[in-house]
Write a protein that binds this ligand. Sequence first.
Ligand code: ZN
Length: 84
Amino acid sequence: MKCNDFLKELTDYLDGSLSEGLKAELDEHLHWCRECHVVMNTTKKTIEIYRDNKIYELPDNLRTRLQDAIMTKCKGHKSSKEPS
Ligand SMILES: [Zn+2]
């Protein structure tokens, strides 16, 4: 699983609406990818804030902004695990 795939499933992961198999893949990604771990925590906190305010929709641009940030970081230090 790559960061981009992780991010696509992130909100469903936090909602707990993923299948067991896919959830396990995301868990595994989190084990070695610190960047996605940070994004996951940030998103989780953001969702909790929105829930506290009884707003269930994430802002449209939030996911895009997170995705841009993480992809920039991932490209910055090329992981040896990524195929070249
Ligand atoms: Zn990642």
